[in-house]
Design a protein. Sequence first.
Lengths: 224, 320
Amino acid sequence: MGEGDVADPDVITAVIIDDHPAITAGVRAWCDAARPPVELVDADGKIGRAWTEPGASAQVVIFDLQLGGPPAFRELERLVDAGRQVIVYSQRADRDTVLTCLDLGVFTYLTKAEGPDHLIPAIRAAATDLPYTSPSLGGAISTDRRPSRPQLSEREMETLVAWFESDSKRLVAGKLGVSIKTVETYIDRVRIKYANTGRPARTKAALVERAIQDGLIAMEDLTP
Amino acid sequence: MAGGDFSWDDAPDGWARQIRELAVTIQSDWPALGLTLAISVLVNALIPADEVSGYANWPLDGIGWVVVVLLFDLDLAVLLAMLAGHFATTFVHLGIAGQLAPVTLINVGTDVVTIGAFQVMAGVATGMLRAAASSAARAAEAEEAVRAAEVIAARVHEDRRRRSAQLDAEVRPLLTGLADGALDPAADQTRRDSAIAAARMRRLFAEGDDVDDRLLHELKACVDVAERRGVLVDLATQGSWPGLPLDVRRGLTEAPVRVLSTARNWARVTVLGTDSGVSVSVVADGDAAGIPAEADGAVMITTVEDEDRLWVKATWQTQT
């Protein structure tokens, strides 16, 4: 833990921008309890601190969408444009907000209720460019009706819906009669398809690139 | 009605409204009334003054009747004023021509009185008819309102009876069982039955509420009961769904109610609305006892069990 020098390559640094001290304290507790721990910088609810040290060099940004006002989409867009891996961690769960964030190029979207189970794994995934789809993000994608949405297979859709409903890959696997690995593959493929559409962003490109390298998805699957 | 700084809004309320209505009606009849009076003046201008009391002045009669017809829907006073104006043209004509001999005046006067009397009576008769019609309309309206109130009261009563019957069938055996000692309050089965009955009662009460999203409202009532038992419930919704009929809402919430009622520590409740239908799903650390395995009316139930977790999903598909 210790001071801010990122000497240990295994230790991930994250900066949290949230105006509720209790949330920050809770996230810090999870970060400290994680093995290996996540080093957390508290921006104290101020977006500016994600742009200055030590926040500027944090690998992951945990971003509360509503800092005492309307959703801060502009600020979010600036962070994404600067190549930051942003995890939106918000009270809101409505489809339009979630999909807007996804379009802007955020890494993933977590509702506050999903924090205990999903925040630390999401931070780890973000630091390594591996896709991470929370149940709420899965739910939003499964009800996406915009004409610009990527084409999903029936199996991918079923998996996504079941993931949203059960919040358990094992239950999804049991229900659909496939392995947990297959469930993960379906969910990740959907995430990559979304990363490959809409507004380009460096973080999206990194996600797609890594997925192709890992053989998760083939080039042909991404050309509409 | 060129009335300087007089405003209709200053007049007493009832009056103001009546006068305003009158003004509106006169405005719509105004061109016809104006034309009729203009003809009245024109006829007097065309016929010689010494023929005014004779047959040549036939419009004296006809114009008045036209005015009566035009003013059918207006107050008697307006008719009187118009008729007076019409008859006055004749006397003005005589006055201008200097033909004011008593015989002429008596002749014309007799005409005016006999004709005018009929026309005024016609006006009075229509006024009485109008008054009778509007009081009949008011009476019918009041009767209609009473009838509507009666129908509503009967429906509310019927609804309450139906609900009380449902409560009776479900809650009474539980309560009597607890009271006479036939049911053991410490037994798991009794506790579970009581929790389910409590959740159903809450749902029943919630069904009568006037809210936008009835499905979610009723589901929240069931969640509320589970939360009171100390179960941590995570409720997530996605997509949209139309207003659903009562039996579909019950079908969708029935299985989740049972799972929520058996949940020990936590539950995740989701509602998902897609183009093809609506589904309510519950994952909890409960057990599958008493969950209807198959379909419940128009709603399909699927159950997945996994060690300590139970996942029940109720799906209603839109007919296409």
